[in-house]
Design a protein around this ligand. Sequence first.
Ligand code: ADE
Length: 243
Amino acid sequence: MKVDVLALFPEIIAPALHTGIIRRVQEHEKLNINLYNLRDWTTDKHSTVDDYPYGGGAGMILKPEPIFAAVAALNPTSDAQILYLTPQGTPLTQPLVEALSLEAHIIVLCGRYKGIDERVRDSLVTKEISIGDYVLSGGEIPALVLIDAIARVLPGALGDYESAHDDSFSKDLLDHPHYTRPAEYAGIKVPDVLLTGHHENIEKWRHAEAIKRTAQRRPDLLENIELTDEEVAIIDESKVNQN
Ligand code: ADE
């Protein structure tokens, strides 16, 4: 897939593209990421990208012309996704990441200042995405969050492809606890079941821990799931043990 990023500060994003999983998926040609500076599509001698809001008020607005020109230069087909990162967008979730990872061409538009001219949203943008209920100084870091989340679900991204499908949120549950050696550290032991080599019991334990953790920390996630009687009993028992 191809991801084109339009930003005023692409240098915020650039270093992260040379490291870890994002680098690996590019090397394997699963992901082709291109960073562009919106100023390259300005036409005046000051390379002006913003202007005052009509009607007055604080803050500057990104002008429409450089954005329309930049998007046209990127040649999107009618099924390309043109994403605008904004706190007003749809919350980014794992299912949305997985859906976007199937796209062939994504253009990511990073906002700055007070925002963009509404005509860009109306005429160009196919989806607005928020990475959380807080306001950052621009869309570059959210763009990197989005690219990282997409990169790691592409086939071949992780050494063990399965592990992306087992982690938190992939089954609407938080992840279970993990342990590595030593079996006892500072007097604290790894749960016995993990040392038995009994895969079925280990899977059962992990699932029960994931259910308990989700019930404790993110009960809202359980509203999307139909729990079995056994799972309800696990949650009830963990509540009794908590009290
Ligand atoms: N730009 C500024 N804040 C943002 C957020 N929370 N999500 C996406 N884009 C943003």
